[in-house]
Write a protein that binds this ligand. Sequence first.
Ligand code: DC
Length: 214
Amino acid sequence: MIVTIDGPAGAGKSTVARRLASQLGYVFLDTGAMYRAVTYAALQAKIVMEDAAARLALVRGTSIELKGAVVSVNGEDVSEPIRTAEVTASIHYMADDPAVRELLVLRQREWAVGRNVVTEGRDQGTVVFPDAECKIFLTASAGERARRRQAERESEGETVSIDKIRAAQDLRDERDRSRTVGPLQKAADAIEVVTDGMMIDDVIASLEALVHKK
Ligand code: DC
């Protein structure tokens, strides 16, 4: 069975998808980590990010391995460096590139063959797994998502203004929604779950009930 979870940045998809997968005994596919991994590899290789042929060659030559929470690129554990602000700021070069998306979509489908999967991203229910048995669109208001992000940064010892977080979030939302290939979009048959004011355990419990119903 395939369970897709799509939604905007900061909706809590990763935490929810990871824990839901573990509770169901399914594997978790973090597709954002794949876009992050190739962006990280491109920055390391110092390719010209604007060069489409260089991007494609880089992705073709990069092996990505996802095992539990560990993300490896060509055998190197990159789980932490793929989460930096520098990588986040450059992902759009890869995520907006139709040829790169095509390759990564194929890898996502291959990864899921013969497995029970909870997969998380922007285009999982629409493009990658249109026939998935259970599709969830997980979202929260922009204000709530920014507040959660600020609390997370504070727990890591950083002080960032809510306005700065909101501006970066608005930019990512706009990019995610407006890309011509694989934009952030709710599939027609997805169930929308708005998590404003909900505790994470309650979100997971309600999704688990949805999956069991399906
Ligand atoms: O979920 P995340 O923040 O780790 O995703 C990183 C970026 O990758 C995000 O800006 C959008 C992009 N992405 C995408 O285009 N398609 C996906 N299936 C997953 C992520």
